[in-house]
Ligand binder design. Structure first.
Ligand code: ACO
Ligand code: OAA
Length: 433
């Protein structure tokens, strides 16, 4: 067994035993109350699942195994310019330990060794019109590889419950290794006349992904390391993670559950917001007729968007109540590496204008930017203006978190998820009580 798998197995076995005992001895303990308002507003704040890999604090933002974004930037092995490598985050999410540089290098090599994408995936993608939305291509590409599922095959042969995690680990590692190649293939067929670029296995996961997309710029490589790290996980309740968790709880294999979650990520209130942000900014620039709009001009455009009954993409959050540290870390990156970008200046002016405008509505719980408010402008700067592709990048990263969490779920023997629903009659009766 490889080191990561062995380390995980040791940790998971002891936690499994502990969790079983807690469930048996303290399973009846009441830990929360649920209001009618929560039931009627998308289950906000209801604690209803276990998720090992990260936890979201409304003010601090995401913590991966207890470490905030500024902390992981300090702690995890990094690329030459100091941005953390997503390989290290994956290791941390699975083991709770910060890996050494050697361990991260081993993981890079392991993923390179598993990264060959089966021909049928390319054949299926090539059969789609090139202008099929990249997220649609991505889920189809993932499903086209489903026949390779080790979990599915071993389950059909009669897999013991205690070995579920092992097969899910193998599928997850294979998927993570393949996702950048599938994503880059989609990008190049959609936007670069199908001129594909072979992987360079001398590079780390992120730099190789950047290379296959078509950029060997060292700053863009660093951005990819940061990007793939910070988008990976946002506890279990967000729509993509929860979908993966729900679907996997039926023992659908990681290919099926990840594809399901990617469809959730493709919604404009969730991961697709990153394309919506840049689209909205481009439309604003067109409408105002200037690439350097003033704050006053932006404020007028924001008000117009709100008056049309639309949301301001990239602002607001179901849990966060402060600026998203993922926004802030991208801003820091831009401050460090990018000089004189009108587009990025505009993103920062929007940051000054939108929160008071949303606050003035009196109903928005969080007027601050989320992760999606910044990412597009960085990608445009490095030569990737094709915004319909952006959510695929997010998806490659999100795969790391949700698949790591999925390995945990099977190792901890988590059951089928099946919460209770209620009808409006029940709600009316409760309201009268
Ligand atoms: C990776 C991610 O998924 S991060 C989120 C990405 N999504 C976006 O950026 C889209 C824009 N933002 C939004 O639509 C929301 O803020 C969400 C979906 C992220 C969170 O939704 P909620 O938890 O329901 O937010 P909240 O409780 O503050 O909503 C209250 C009201 O404010 C509105 N509101 C919230 N954010 C915004 C916004 N950015 N622009 C305009 N109105 C907003 C809601 O639509 C809702 O209006 P309603 O009562 O008329 O239906
Ligand atoms: O946490 C959420 O609901 C949405 C989000 O920011 C993410 O999934 O990254």
């Amino acid at each position: 067994m490889d080191t990561l798998k062995q380390k995980f197995a040791d940790k998971a076995l002891s936690l499994y035993t502990e969790m079983r005992a807690i469930s048996k001895e303290s399973g009846d303990k009441v830990v929360a109350e649920v209001t009618l308002g929560q039931i009627m507003s998308g289950a906000r704040g209801i604690k209803m699942m276990q998720w090992e890999t990260s936890e979201l604090d409304a003010n601090v933002g995401i913590r991966f195994r207890g470490r905030s974004i500024p902390e992981i930037k300090q702690l995890l092995p990094s690329g030459p310019q100091g941005e953390p490598k997503p390989e290290g985050l994956f290791w941390l999410m699975l083991t709770g330990e910060v890996p050494t540089k050697e361990e991260v290098d081993q993981l890079t090599a392991d993923w390179h060794g598993r990264s060959e994408v089966p021909q049928q995936c390319y054949t299926v993608l090539d059969s789609l019109p090139a202008d099929t939305h990249p997220m649609t291509q991505f889920t189809i590409g993932i499903m086209a590889m489903q026949g390779d599922s080790i979990f599915d095959k071993r389950y059909a042969e009669g897999l013991s419950k205690s070995d579920y995690w092992d097969a899910v680990y193998e599928d997850s590692m294979n998927l993570i290794a393949r996702l950048p190649r599938v994503a880059a293939y989609i990008y190049r067929r959609a936007f670069k006349d199908g001129k594909h670029i072979e992987p360079d296995t001398s590079l780390d996961y992120s730099a190789n992904f950047a290379h296959m997309l078509g950029s060997d710029d060292k700053d863009f490589r660093s951005l990819m390391r940061l990007y793939l790290t910070i988008h990976a996980d946002h506890e279990g309740g967000n729509a993509s993670a929860h979908t993966v968790h729900l679907v996997a709880s039926t023992l659908a294999d990681p290919y099926r559950s990840l594809a399901a979650g990617m469809n959730a990520l493709a919604g404009p209130l969730h991961g697709l917001a990153n394309q919506e942000v840049i689209k909205w900014i481009f439309e604003m620039i067109d409408s105002l007729g200037t690439k350097t709009p003033s704050k006053e001009q932006i404020a007028t455009y924001v008000q117009q968007t709100l008056d049309e009954g639309k949301v301001i993409p990239g602002y607001g959050h179901a849990v966060l109540r402060e600026p998203d540290p993922r926004f802030t870390s991208q801003r820091r990156f831009a401050e460090q590496y990018i000089k004189d970008s009108d587009l990025i200046d505009t993103v920062w002016k929007i940051f000054d204008v939108v929160p008071p405008a949303l606050q003035a509505l009196g109903k928005v719980k969080n007027p601050w930017p989320n992760v999606d408010a910044h990412s597009g402008a960085l990608l445009v700067h490095y030569g990737f203006p094709e915004f319909s592709f952006y959510t695929v990048l997010f998806g490659v990263s999100r795969g790391l978190g949700v698949l790591a969490a999925g390995i945990w779920s099977r190792a901890l023997g988590m059951p089928l998820e099946r919460p209770k629903s209620v009808t409006s009659d029940w709600i009316k009766a409760q309201a009268k009580k």
